[in-house]
Design a protein around this ligand. Structure first.
Ligand code: EPU
Length: 449
């Protein structure tokens, strides 16, 4: 892990405690869930050079670059946070993760670039956050429809292409999965003929992937019913792409600031990427001022509790519920969060419960709210939380359970009598310099390496 952006050991921890309200300006970094997708999509091209601007300095990028090293892809990171990739001559069809901690979901997105070049690919099963079962059945079925033969082995996937190569397909996703949509878009580009994918996810980062491919010369269009049409081509022209600001980092800092009754300006944050989430914060009574260069979030009086259900875009994103959960813990009254995307994403509330020294413990239930039924209805998954604020967090130590929980726990620690947070690798996978940024806003926080 020595070349990671955030070198830490297993004993490293972050210590934070209650301080002044957060106040000041921070720069929002490029979106984690866009940059790695553009990186892998660039490998479809067989010549040219891509420059990705505004990359976030996060370990997810390094984990992906470690995979690039194994493939033999040429790349260079510049001091201005741009990444140059020359996909022309990569020379291996096999990759693996160095350790389980260094695994992510990106291995799935390497299948198409590798197999379309070599006719065969061996990639590790994806890792990533443990927030539910995270099955890969859509990926498997969809790729089979494109003509990929898949042999599932313990720990890895071995794939081969038949004599006809990748062929265009008409496939309907059972659920608008982000990763599967991205995978099939790439397969559609590399396949012979036309592809239609129905019931796609349309998160902003996917739209950016589509824009990138369109600019590279691909005939691709989105219909109003979430179906995407792609005409296969091997003429991909790489140039430049700029990574959009990270929506999840934005909401994480907004929630942290509001929970301390603060006032922050998030430079680079974009309203158009987060309409629903801004609407929820507005409904709660938060101060929001949208400016050309970013968004100001400020406390302007007592906030109100809310009930939200996470949903596919443009609904309220699952990645936002963890920052929101901590904010709601400081709001007087009873709030509900119904998690309908991942069936087990309330680990952060469970680890915080023992540290509550005044106020009610968080309740995580396995049913849907009365009168509603989501995909997890009747399956006894811990996907409904009841948060009754305000609560006060005392002293203690906790372990981060997943990436977004990581920042939520930092936020909780910044409201506490003093909490040590361990297992920082997960946090640094997705947030650029979170401690430095919180500190610059006045938080009482230290990283002890
Ligand atoms: N699903 C299946 N089978 C599949 C694929 C997905 O059942 O083959 C299910 C999942 O288990 C889940 C739902 O479909 O219940 C949605 O999963 P999706 O495939 O959309 O998630 P993902 O592509 O694995 C990406 C982001 C997540 C984000 C989700 C939802 C990346 C690298 N990850 O995951 O981001 O929460 O979409 O928006 O893009 C994060 O950044 O911390 C993070 C977890």
């Amino acid at each position: 892990m020595s070349n990671f952006f955030s070198p830490i050991s297993k004993d490293s921890y972050i210590f934070a405690k209650k301080g002044n309200p957060l106040f000041g300006t921070v720069q929002i970094s490029g979106a984690k869930n866009m940059v790695t997708k553009i990186m892998t999509a660039s490998l479809i091209a067989t010549r040219g050079k891509l420059i990705i601007k505004n990359i976030p300095l996060i370990d997810e990028v390094f984990i992906t670059l470690n995979l690039f090293d194994q493939l033999g892809v040429k790349y260079k990171i510049n001091p201005d946070k741009s990444l140059e990739i020359e996909p022309g001559e990569f020379n291996s069809s096999r990759v693996r993760f160095a350790t389980e901690n260094e695994s992510n979901r990106i291995s799935l997105l390497l299948i198409v670039p590798i197999i379309s070049r070599f006719g065969e690919a061996i990639v590790p099963r994806p890792g990533g956050c443990k927030i539910g079962k995270r099955k890969i059945d859509y990926h498997i079925k969809g790729l089979e429809a494109f003509g990929v033969k898949i042999m599932e082995k313990p720990g890895f996937l071995h794939m081969k292409l038949g004599k006809k190569g990748l062929r265009g397909s008409h496939f309907r996703l059972p659920f608008p999965s982000v990763g599967a949509t991205e995978n099939f878009i790439m397969a559609g580009v590399c396949a012979k003929g036309e592809t239609i994918i129905d019931n796609c996810a349309v998160e902003p980062e996917i739209i950016e992937l589509i824009k990138f491919l369109q600019n590279a010369g691909v005939e691709i269009l989105i219909h109003g019913d979430r179906s995407i049409y792609i005409k296969g081509t091997n003429d991909i022209r790489l140039s430049e792409v700029v990574v959009i600001p990270d929506r999840v980092e934005t909401i994480s800092f907004a929630a942290a600031a509001l929970s301390t009754k603060g006032d922050v300006f998030l430079r680079g944050a974009r309203q158009d990427l987060m309409i629903t989430s801004l609407g929820i914060l507005e409904k709660m009574g938060a101060g929001i001022e949208v400016k050309e260069e970013g968004i100001r979030f400020f406390y302007k009086g007592p906030l109100k509790p809310v009930s939200v259900a996470t949903d596919v875009y443009p609904g309220f994103p699952t990645d936002f519920q963890q920052p929101l959960g901590i904010l709601l813990s400081q709001v007087k009254g009873r709030s509900l969060i119904h998690e309908t995307i991942f069936e087990d994403r309330f680990g952060y509330l469970k680890v915080l419960n023992p540290l509550i020294v005044s106020g009610k413990r968080f309740v995580v239930g396995k049913t849907c709210p009365q009168g509603t039924r989501c995909r997890f209805w009747g399956k006894k998954r811990p996907h409904l939380s009841e948060i009754e604020g305000p609560v006060r967090f005392g002293e203690g130590q906790i372990y981060i359970s997943d990436l977004r929980a990581g920042f939520a726990l930092l936020n909780a620690a910044c409201l506490s009598d003093g909490i040590k947070i361990y297992n920082l690798g997960l946090l640094f996978r997705g947030y650029e310099n979170p401690v430095g940024k919180l500190k610059s806003l006045g938080a009482n926080i230290e990283l002890i390496r």
